[in-house]
Write a protein that binds this ligand. Structure first.
Ligand code: SF4
Ligand code: SF4
Length: 98
């Protein structure tokens, strides 16, 4: 499938560990990439400095669903499911101390 213009879910929801120009430590989950334009396009599209992980991520029904809302939900689920255990434990400990 083709990427839906104006979605941008994968540039916001998921964490990216490789450096991104302007975000040398990568991007945390839930934070819009600094290279995302206000109309949700990648400023680095087609440029060599675009992270490899971004170039290799292709739109698919499994990831993107049928609507932008689907994509946000599916990617949030995937992000939670693949989060390193240490990070999940840290968050759980923080929740319990509140
Ligand atoms: S989640 Fe899918 S449709 Fe949305 S921006 Fe990413 S690749 Fe495109
Ligand atoms: S570099 Fe481009 S494709 Fe990658 S997360 Fe940022 S805006 Fe999205």
């Amino acid at each position: 499938m083709e990427c839906r213009p104006g979605c941008g879910a994968c540039c916001i929801v998921i964490s990216i560990s490789s450096p991104i120009p302007g975000m040398p430590g990568g991007k945390p989950a839930g934070v819009p990439c600094i290279q995302l334009t206000p109309d949700l396009k990648c400023k680095l599209f087609g440029k060599p400095e675009r992270p490899k992980v971004c170039s290799s991520l292709h739109a698919s029904p499994d990831m993107c669903g049928a609507t932008d809302e689907d994509a946000y939900q599916i990617l949030s689920y995937m992000e939670d499911a693949t989060r390193p255990i240490a990070a999940a434990e840290e968050e759980s400990a923080a929740d319990q101390s509140n």
